[in-house]
Design a protein around this ligand. Structure first.
Ligand code: BGC
Length: 754
């Protein structure tokens, strides 16, 4: 088990696990390896879950389940824990897991937003708050961070990750693991982190959720695996397997992926859980013959826990042993890891939570402050013609706030939020009203109705997840009213994007257009002549080609969370300046997907590298882009030597100055390009970044280091990591288009004297 404390503690813990294991029957072992959904939060809600909670309780009462997910009510957790402990001969407590993806009661900006902060320290702090709230209500383990690289925004789950880049993704993965877990399993007020979905889920064909991923060896190792490796190195106690086929083999039955790569190569020592029903699905894939075969093959691949909705495949493990398909030793290895996790968390000593204390922790105002700062730091300013932002309140008489999303509490929180408090959630409209406090009038008009999905999603069963269309909503009249409201205002804040149920799991789409009649609304508002600030509420890029030419100010606010509206007001009125940067290349249109800054050059036919005849090949906004209310300049870039023996570390220095009139944040980014070698390497790769705050006129010198970790890569022909001797270009600047550059060369390693 990763980071479980001292070696002495570890051996004592292993001995206790061994003792329990020695007295367990095969059926009890299978029970320990079974994790059930428990939709207790939907008890009493008509329809969706039927008898499922009763079935699970029956399993708990006979020792048939070692773990539950989706319980977030402390009283319910205590009740179910008691049932579990009393239901098994050995009194083994249950492990409670939950998707605490971006907060529990305090909802933080969605993960793609937090990645846009380029601020691992803030992200770690936010996830520590999430862990504190989760642990207080009885959750021991979160199915997070999601560290899947996503280069196809049609895939709705791009919102849950850190975007397109393995280096930024790895930094965010490690920060989140540290936030959730602290220094190691068993720390108070922390939970086990479960990076997911191992591996390659983000490359689903066509961006269609759950479809197969076919990823080249080079991309797998250099793009999709690094964030997992970083999460494991940060001590993640758990990893979740992915649903889909990876290069023809289901990830959940892939012994090479889970064994050779994750455990042997990356040194993962924790326990593995399947994604929901993914063990059963080995049969659906046409991989396992039946559920018995599926169970055997998952255990043989190293999947310790099966996450199941009902009828788990691991209930067939006894048959699988009898058939000689799986050994008792293999099952024991899984049970050992599950028990060690429970022991490490101290669940045998303290299986229950203090319900009164949970209420206090959930209400902690300090948590809301962290959420507000997180939302401020996540926003990305994409356009600001004529310095429209920040708005000065001095001559402001009237502000129009337009768009249904401006006033929708549920949408402000984003997907993967379940335990929120809508009462305290601050919408953009509320944030603006509170900030102006009567200094200027605020008039609101939704303009358009929420766009509807063509197909329902599993999340529809949660109350309020599908936005309600106000009764009697008259589309034409509302559009006209929004235009009127804009016409009589000094400025229009237009909040457009995607309703939160249009992104996330089971929310892939085939286009990136603003859903519904939102573009029409935007055009009509701009046509009034009122200065327009477009606030984009989304978890993926949407088509902003028109806006990028006609709307003076565009700020990506993502789904900003509990304190979202307050943070947006802080930004719009200049109490803080935006400093986030895009964690993905923002495509012009869906036809460009995938578009990434980090591609190889390949054949150059001459025509400025353009590939389409009907559209530029470049994205609308490049990776790493983001403006501030001030400007920054870079100078004095230098390396401490221009010849770097392989294995040694280069120091890069650069001066950054705030050349504007206001304080602001910048994210300095370092990119490298290996000019030649034993493989072709991308035109640019991010290899360092730092978010910094500079007062007006302030200048500072930054240092970055480039060593073997940054300069080596996976070479498909060698089947290993290599570090070539070659010439490298290097740039530092405020986006992936950074122009200030220099070069250095790697040279053969210096022989060690014996
Ligand atoms: C998702 C996982 C999630 C699990 C439990 C699955 O459908 O793919 O990411 O952790 O459900 O909610």
């Amino acid at each position: 088990m990763a980071n479980m404390g001292t070696t002495a503690g570890q051996s004592e813990l292993s001995a206790r696990a061994e003792e329990l294991l020695a007295s367990m029957t095969l059926a009890e072992k299978a029970g320990q390896l079974t994790q059930y959904f428990y939709f207790g939060m939907l008890e009493g809600v008509e329809g969706p879950v039927g008898d499922q909670p009763r079935e699970v309780q029956a399993a708990l009462s006979r020792g048939g389940a070692g773990s539950l997910l989706f319980v977030s009510d402390p009283a319910q957790a205590n009740r179910l824990q008691r049932m579990t402990i009393e239901g098994n001969r050995l009194g083994i407590p249950a492990l409670f897991g939950f998707d605490v993806v971006h907060g529990l009661r305090t909802v933080f900006p969605v993960p793609i937003a937090m990645a846009a902060s380029w601020d691992p320290t803030m992200v770690e702090r936010a996830q520590a708050v999430a862990a504190r709230e989760a642990r207080a209500v009885g959750i021991h383990w979160t199915f997070a961070p999601m560290v899947d690289i996503a280069r196809d925004p049609r895939w709705g789950r791009i919102v849950e990750g850190a975007g397109e880049d393995p280096y930024l993704g790895a930094a965010m993965a490690a920060a989140q693991v540290r936030g959730f877990q602290g220094g190691g399993l068993g720390e108070p007020e922390r939970v086990i982190a479960g990076p997911k979905h191992f591996a390659g889920y983000g490359a689903a064909a066509g961006g269609r959720d759950y479809d197969e991923a076919n990823i080249s060896t080079s991309e797998l190792w250099n793009v999709y695996l690094p964030p997992f490796r970083a999460a494991v190195e940060a001590g993640a106690g758990n990893v979740m397997t992915a649903y889909m086929d990876l290069n023809g083999i289901p990830a959940t039955g892939n012994a090479w992926l889970l064994g050779d790569v994750l455990r042997a190569r990356f040194g993962f020592k924790g326990f593995l859980v399947s994604d929901a029903n993914a063990v059963r699905s080995l049969a659906t894939h046409g991989f396992a013959a039946d559920l018995t075969d599926a169970a055997a093959r998952a255990v043989n691949a190293g999947v310790d826990l099966e996450m199941a909705i009902s009828d788990p495949a691991y209930a067939h493990l006894e048959e699988a042993v009898a058939a000689g398909a799986v050994s008792v030793e293999a099952i024991d290895a899984c049970v050992r890891r599950a028990l060690e996790a429970k022991l490490a968390l101290g669940l045998f000593e303290q299986p229950y939570v203090d319900e009164e204390r949970a209420r206090v922790v959930l209400a902690d105002p300090a948590h809301r402050e962290v959420a507000r700062v997180a939302a401020q730091r996540s926003a990305v300013l994409l356009r600001n013609e004529g310095g429209l932002l920040p708005l000065s309140t001095e001559r402001l008489r009237s502000v129009a706030v337009i768009g249904h999303l401006a006033a929708s509490k549920r949408d402000t929180l984003g997907p993967w939020a379940f335990d929120f408090d809508l009462e305290e959630t601050v919408t953009v409209l509320e944030g603006v009203r509170a900030r102006l406090g009567g200094v200027a009038e605020v008039h609101y008009a939704p303009g358009v109705r929420p766009a509807q999905r063509m197909f329902p999603s599993i999340f529809d069963m949660f109350p309020g997840n599908v936005p309600a269309v106000p009764e009697g909503f008259d589309d034409e009249a509302e559009l006209a009213r929004a235009v009127e409201v804009a016409r009589s205002a000094d400025v229009a804040l237009v909040v457009l994007g995607e309703w939160q149920n249009l992104v996330g799991e089971q929310a892939s789409r085939s286009s990136l257009e603003l859903p519904g009649r939102q573009l029409e609304l935007l055009r009509a508002v701009v046509a009034t002549g009122a200065p327009v600030v477009l606030l984009v509420m989304s978890g993926r890029p949407v088509d902003l080609r028109w806006a990028a030419e006609h709307v003076p100010a565009i700020l990506a606010i993502w789904y900003p969370g509990t304190q979202g509206g307050a943070a947006v007001a802080d930004l719009v009125f200049g109490d803080v300046a935006p400093g986030g940067k895009l964690p993905f290349s923002w495509p012009r249109s869906v036809g460009q997907i995938p578009v990434t800054y980090s591609h190889t050059t390949s054949h150059d036919p001459g025509a400025q590298g353009e590939r389409y005849w009907d559209e530029p090949s470049t994205p609308l906004y490049r990776f790493g882009t983001g403006l501030s209310y001030t400007t920054f300049s870079y100078s004095d870039l230098s390396v401490d030597r221009d010849q770097l023996p392989v294995g040694e570390t280069l120091t890069v220095s650069v001066a950054v100055a705030n050349t504007g009139e206001r304080a602001g944040d910048e994210v300095a980014q370092l990119y490298v390009h290996q000019r030649y070698g034993t493989a072709s390497r991308p035109v640019r790769e991010l290899k360092g970044f730092r978010r910094l705050h500079l007062e007006a006129g302030e200048r500072t010198t930054l240092r970055f280091t480039l060593g073997p970790d940054e300069l080596s890569y996976w070479n498909a022909a060698a089947g290993d990591y290599v570090l070539d001797t070659a010439t490298f270009d290097l740039w530092v600047g405020g986006s992936s288009g950074a122009e200030l550059g220099t070069t250095f060369a790697t040279t053969p390693a210096v022989a060690q004297a014996h």
